[in-house]
Design a protein around this ligand. Sequence first.
Ligand code: FAD
Length: 381
Amino acid sequence: MDFTLDSEHRMLQEMIRDFVEKEVKPRAAEVDREHKFPREAIEQMGPLGLLGLNVPEEWGGAGSDYLAAAILYEELGRGCGSTALTVEAHLSLGCAPFVYFGSDMLKEKFLTRLAAGEILGALALTEPGAGSDLKGGVRTKAEKVGDEWVLNGSKMWTTNASVAGVITFLVRTDPAGGSRSLSMIAVPTDAPGLIIHPAERKMGLNGCKTHAVTLEDVRVPLDYLVGEEGRGLHQALAILDGGRVGIGALSVGLAQAAFEEAVKYAKEREAFGGPIANLQAIQFKLADMSTMIDVARWAIYRAAWLKDQGLPFAREAAQAKLFATEMADKVCWEAIQIHGGYGYSAEFPVERIYRDNRLMLIGEGTSEINRLVIARHVLKS
Ligand SMILES: Cc1cc2nc3c(=O)[nH]c(=O)nc-3n(C[C@H](O)[C@H](O)[C@H](O)COP(=O)(O)OP(=O)(O)OC[C@H]3O[C@@H](n4cnc5c(N)ncnc54)[C@H](O)[C@@H]3O)c2cc1C
């Protein structure tokens, strides 16, 4: 499965797998059923260095590469979708703006604490009227007043907002509009005027907290600008390229979990005088599931590797995310089918895994947007 992984990555994988088996997977059903934020597991991950895994060492992180992060998301996804998305949103969306674009002051102030797991991070791009079309749709604005930014507007679907210490907002800083009118600004979650609404009720990922956020005359210093003024859209798209590898890896983990459940059940369940695993119809399903998971995993590893080499990876990331998330949808669907009626019951994990994966085809670039990205690259070359 992982012969391309060197000993360092393999050791990391084993360490995380062990942690997930002991601390994450056993809590997954309760996290889902009780809509419970997986606080215990998250708090344990800070001292293990996992909440700053691919943050540079000089800013308090473990300094690992993106392949390591992909391994982290996959292994967490194999144990619990809610925990995995919380961590993915923290690292890929919360930490990334500071890692790639933050000033030393912002890194010192926020990134060191994010990397240590003292606080979690979040990124607020989406708005009630803007998801895929951030360029045209973002209405949240920031104006310079004296030596401060004053922010007003509404964001939707901000993962981790209620458990985060800092949120980076994509805001319009030039009312004239256009691709150079958006910027990113960091806002501590205790800033007056920042209102985090109750967690959304969702189809799955019930332990991962996602919120609408309102900004009413929120004031932060001018140097809380993350990156360059007017480059917010460009920065957001660069962050999402990396995020796609993360979401794809998470889907590989979810698919792996559903597959393992299906194999176990097929060996145990008897029909027509023997285990259903003896039936060729079931064997073919398992063969297809295994094949698709492996192919998706390789696609994710390749995209992560390209990113780590500093090579172009946007097309490969979009392809990997598209394939892995849609693959996991099919694998989970088949895992439920193999379980028959029990697959539809909350007593078995496959229905939760199916629900948890559904978001992956929507968040950090829908399947349709990924197809557009891929087509653009194909037609350009
Ligand atoms: C649980 C959850 C967590 C989330 N976490 C975050 C977060 O932390 N931060 C954040 O900023 N956002 C977050 N999001 C928002 C998510 O990124 C958006 O929902 C997603 O980008 C799609 O945007 P939208 O919902 O506005 O859909 P729309 O953009 O309105 O799209 C609706 C449909 O139209 C399609 N479509 C749109 N444009 C095109 C096009 N040009 N060509 C073809 N089809 C198109 C889409 O693919 C989709 O099928 C989260 C969402 C959920 C559900």
